[in-house]
Design a protein around this ligand. Structure first.
Ligand SMILES: Nc1ncnc2c1ncn2[C@@H]1O[C@H](COP(=O)(O)OP(=O)(O)OP(=O)(O)O)[C@@H](O)[C@H]1O
Ligand SMILES: Nc1ccn([C@@H]2O[C@H](COP(=O)(O)O)[C@@H](O)[C@H]2O)c(=O)n1
Length: 214
């Protein structure tokens, strides 16, 4: 019987990684880390100090100050912070510092669920189960808009879709740890799956992998 379980969830912007990862962490009673927040935290620190986003050493210095246990999702969820995060995420020095912290989190004796862009490829290449979650850009933009509207905000679907596509292009196109499925990842397209159906499909993938390993 396996006593330690590491689950890696990767995928493009607004594919539902965080939503799924959180549900899986509850289901399998594992600690959960949204690694995107760590890149957002670095960006937020630079923005709040009026520091430029294009200086690798400065960004790496701020990365050293990130405390994974004290990241405030609500504060970091601004669109502008996500954009800035994807700019500093291209820097190898920043990635090195954050990946070390993320790996330490994944070393929890129980295991962990981590979501991001490079979990299955770089942070936890030996994860027990890797899921690459995706959905069409149109569906992702519709979900993002619904989320904004549910919070009382407004947005333009076309603009959101273009932003999502631009973010995906930057994340997939960078030289260090680009967004891509690990060779042994299970692909899960949720374009036509609601949250419950996506969760059920992911649990089936995980339970099958656990059965095969036991
Ligand atoms: N299968 C699904 N069906 C419908 N809505 C979904 C589904 N999965 C996630 N959502 C919704 O889509 C939105 C984006 O999901 P979420 O924030 O989990 O994505 P993400 O991949 O973590 O985003 P980011 O790239 O910003 O980290 C949320 O409003 C969430 O409730
Ligand atoms: N493992 C990761 C996680 C995130 N990033 C970068 O951070 C940006 C913001 O991430 P969100 O998931 O919170 O939207 C994202 O666009 C990536 O550039 C990363 O590089 N690696």
């Amino acid at each position: 019987m396996k006593t330690n379980l590491v689950i890696a969830i990767d995928g493009p912007a607004a594919s539902g990684k965080g939503t799924l990862a959180r549900l899986l962490a509850e289901r399998y009673r594992l600690p959960f880390l949204d690694t995107g927040l760590s890149y957002r935290a670095v960006a937020q620190m630079l923005l709040s100090k009026n520091l430029p986003l294009d200086r690798e050493e400065l960004a790496a210095e701020e990365a050293g100050r990130v405390d994974l246990g004290r990241m405030d999702k609500a504060m970091l969820s601004l669109h502008a912070v996500g954009e800035a995060a994807s700019r500093i995420a291209v820097f190898p020095m920043v990635r090195r510092v954050l990946v070390e912290k993320q790996r330490a989190f994944a070393q929890n004796p129980k295991g962990a669920v981590l979501d991001g862009r490079d979990i299955g490829t770089v942070v936890c290449p030996d994860a027990d189960v890797k899921i690459y979650l995706t959905a069409s850009p149109q569906v992702r933009a519709e979900r993002r808009l619904a989320e904004i509207e549910a919070r009382g905000g407004t947005g333009d679907l076309e603009t959101i879709r273009k932003d999502i596509e631009a973010r995906d292009a930057r994340d997939s196109g960078r030289a260090d740890s680009p967004l891509k499925p690990a060779a042994d990842a299970h692909l899960l397209d949720t374009s036509e799956l609601d949250i419950d159906a996506a969760f059920t499909a992911a649990c089936a993938i995980i339970d099958k992998a656990l059965d095969a390993g036991s």
